[in-house]
Design a protein around this ligand. Structure first.
Ligand SMILES: Nc1ncnc2c1ncn2[C@@H]1O[C@H](COP(=O)(O)OP(=O)(O)OP(=O)(O)O)[C@@H](O)[C@H]1O
Length: 255
C-alpha cells in the first residue's frame, strides 16, 4: 500500500452522482484522514446523505473513483461490510428484535459464532457505549432517544470496523444527551483508533468533536479544515452558514 493510501481512510475523486436530470454531486473530491473525526455540513437537500450512501456503495455513481482503506469501491458493487459501521439518522433498530439481537445482527449476517460468544460480544459492545447488561433484553420501543442511538452505535461497532459513518447522530437529542453522545464518539475514536465521518448540523458537535469540517455546496466540497479555518472561509455559502444570524447567536452563546 502506498504512503498516501495509508494516510487516508477514504479518498473520493471527481465523483459525479445524479438522479434523472438532477446532478447532486458534481466532480466532488474529498480525503478523510485515518483516525480523524470529519464533520460534513451542507444545505438541506445538498447531497450529504447521497455522498455518504455513495461511499458505502448504496447509490451508483456516474463517474469518479472512491477508495476506502486503500480498496476501490466498485460502481455498483458493495464494499466489504466489515470496513465500516453506520449509524443512520433515526437509529433504525429492528423493532421486533431485542437490544441484544439488534447488536448481534451484523455478527449473524457476517460470521459463524457460537451463541455464547455472540452474547459476550453484545454485552461488551453495550458496555462500550455506556449501556448496562440489563438493557440487553429490552425492545426498541422501551428505549429513550439517547439509548436508541447508543444501541445503534453498539450495532455499528459489532464487527469492529475501522470507519464509522454517522448521519446526524445528535439530532433529536436534548443538549445534555447530545453532549454526552459527542463525548462518547470522541472516546471511542481515541480508544479504538476509529475514523469517523459525521454528517451534522450541530454546531456544538462541529466545534467540540470534529478534527476537521468539510462544507458541501453546489455539489462540491468548497471548504475543508479545522473549524477555526472554516469560520474564516470567504465562500458565500460557508459564510452564510457560520455567520448567519442563527449561527452567530449560537457561537456567541458558546463563548
Ligand atoms: N434515491 C433518490 N432518488 C432520487 N433523488 C434522490 C434520491 N436520494 C436523494 N435524492 C435527491 O438528492 C438530493 C440530495 O439529497 P440528500 O438526502 O443527500 O440531502 P442532504 O444534504 O442529506 O439533506 P438533509 O440535510 O435535509 O438531510 C435531494 O434533491 C434529494 O431529493
Amino acid at each position: 500500500m502506498s504512503e498516501q493510501q495509508e494516510e487516508f481512510a477514504i479518498r473520493v475523486r471527481d465523483l459525479v452522482v445524479g438522479f434523472g436530470r438532477q446532478t447532486v454531486l458534481d466532480h466532488l473530491s474529498l480525503d478523510v484522514r485515518r483516525g480523524e473525526i470529519l464533520g460534513l455540513v451542507g444545505a438541506s437537500g445538498g447531497g450529504k446523505s447521497v455522498l455518504m450512501r455513495t461511499i458505502i456503495g448504496l447509490i451508483p455513481r456516474r463517474s469518479g473513483t472512491i477508495e476506502v482503506m486503500g480498496q476501490p469501491i466498485g460502481g455498483r458493487t458493495q464494499g466489504a461490510a466489515t470496513a465500516w459501521g453506520i449509524l443512520f439518522q433515526q437509529g433504525a433498530l429492528f423493532s421486533s428484535l431485542t437490544v441484544r439481537q439488534n447488536v448481534q445482527f451484523p455478527l449473524r449476517e457476517n460470521l459463524v459464532l457460537s451463541q455464547e460468544l455472540m452474547d459476550e460480544i453484545a454485552i461488551a459492545k453495550l458496555e462500550m457505549v455506556g449501556l448496562r447488561a440489563q438493557d440487553a433484553d429490552k425492545y426498541p420501543a422501551e428505549l429513550s432517544g439517547g439509548m436508541t442511538k447508543r444501541v445503534a452505535l453498539a450495532r455499528a461497532l459489532a464487527l469492529d470496523p475501522p470507519i464509522l459513518f454517522l448521519d446526524e447522530p445528535t439530532s433529536g437529542l436534548d443538549p445534555i444527551a447530545a453532549g454526552d453522545f459527542d463525548a462518547l464518539i470522541r472516546t471511542l475514536q481515541r480508544t479504538l483508533g476509529l475514523t469517523v465521518f459525521m454528517v451534522t448540523h450541530d454546531l456544538a458537535s462541529l466545534t467540540t468533536v470534529c478534527d476537521r469540517v468539510a462544507a458541501l455546496a453546489d455539489g462540491k466540497i468548497v471548504a475543508i479544515g479545522p473549524m477555526r479555518e472554516l469560520l474564516q472561509s470567504e465562500h458565500p455559502w460557508v459564510r452564510a452558514y457560520f455567520h448567519g444570524k442563527r449561527s452567530q447567536m449560537l457561537q456567541h452563546e458558546m463563548r
